[in-house]
Design a protein around this ligand. Sequence first.
Ligand code: SF4
Length: 345
Amino acid sequence: MNNPVSTRHPFIIPIFLPHAGCPHQCVFCNQTSIIGVGPNTVSPEKVEQQILESLEYKGNDRRPVQVAFYGGNFLGLEKDDIERLLNVSTKFVKDKEIDAIRFSTRPDSIDHYRIDIIKDYPVSTIEIGAQSMDDHVLATVKRGHSASDTQQAVTLLKDRHYQIGLQMMVGLPEEDEAGSLSTAHRIGELEPDFVRIYPTIVLKNSLLARWYENGTYRPWSLERSIAHVKTLFLFFKKKNIPVIRMGLQAAEDLDSGAAVLAGPYHPAFGHLVHSEIFLDMATTVLNDMKVNHDSVIIKVHPHSISKMRGMRNSNVESLKRRFQIRSLKIVPDSSIAEDSLAVSP
Ligand code: SF4
C-alpha cells in the first residue's frame, strides 16, 4: 500500500538501526560512530517509545509526519524483524498520528520477495544507498553490489509506485570529480524523486581509517568537496531533482570530533554549498555591471539572507574586496525567489 506523497517537507521521526541488516561493513562506514549507539536492532517496544516521545516533541507542528528507519539496511533484516518494526509504526498510521513510513536500504536488498513483505504497509518512501555508479569504485569500497543493482532496484520500486531517494557519495577512493559527475548523470537518468549527497569522511574504526593511516587514501579537502558538491547540486537542479541533503547530519560525536579521523566534515556543509552558489551568482551580476560601485544593495528572499552573507559574513567581505565596494547591504525581499537575487547600485 502506498500513501499519496505530500510535497510538504515532512516532520521526520528518525529511528536508527546501526548496521542492522548489513551483510558486512562498507569501508567508509561506521554507523556506530555516526549515531553513537551500539549495533542492535531496536526492539518494537523501543520504537513505540521513540515515536511517542517524538510526537510529544512535535507539538502543534502540522506538517505530515513520517517514521524513518535509517543507519542500516532495512530490507536486509529478517522478515520477522521487518514486520515487527512495520507493525508497530503502522499502528500510529492507523491512529492518524503519523502519515507514512520510510527507510533506507541497499540496492541489492530490493527484490520482489522483500517488496512483497512490505507491500501492505504504509511505506511511502524508500532511500537507496547507491554511493557510486562506477563498478570499479563500488568494488574498491567493498559495497558488494553493482551499479546495475541500483538500476534494477529503481525500476522495481517505480513499478510499485514508491517515492525513491538515491544517496551518492563524493570523494570515494578511485573516484575523482569527472567520475563523480558521471555517477550523477547516471543517477539523473534514473529520475529519482530526490537525492542526498554525502562527502566521504574518514570515520574512526572504519576500514577507510586504516587506509588513511597507512597512506592509501587521502580524503578531499573541505574546499574541494564544497566546489564539487556545488556542481552536482546545480546539475540536479537543472534536472528538477531536489537535493534534500548535502553532508552528514550534525551529531554530537561528529561535532566533537570524537568520531571523525579526517575529511571534509562540517556541521553546516549544505549551508556552505548554498553560500558558494549565492557568491557565484552575485559575482556574475557584479561582473556584468562592468563599472564598480561605491555602494551596492543585494536583495534576496528572507530565507536566503544567511546563504547570501556566507559563514561569518564571508561572502560580503569577499565581494567588497573583489569589487572595491565600500557599503554592501543585504536586504530581505520576499518577492524574490529563494534561489535568486537582485543587485542594484
Ligand atoms: S554503508 Fe550502509 S550497507 Fe554499508 S555498512 Fe553502512 S549502513 Fe551497512
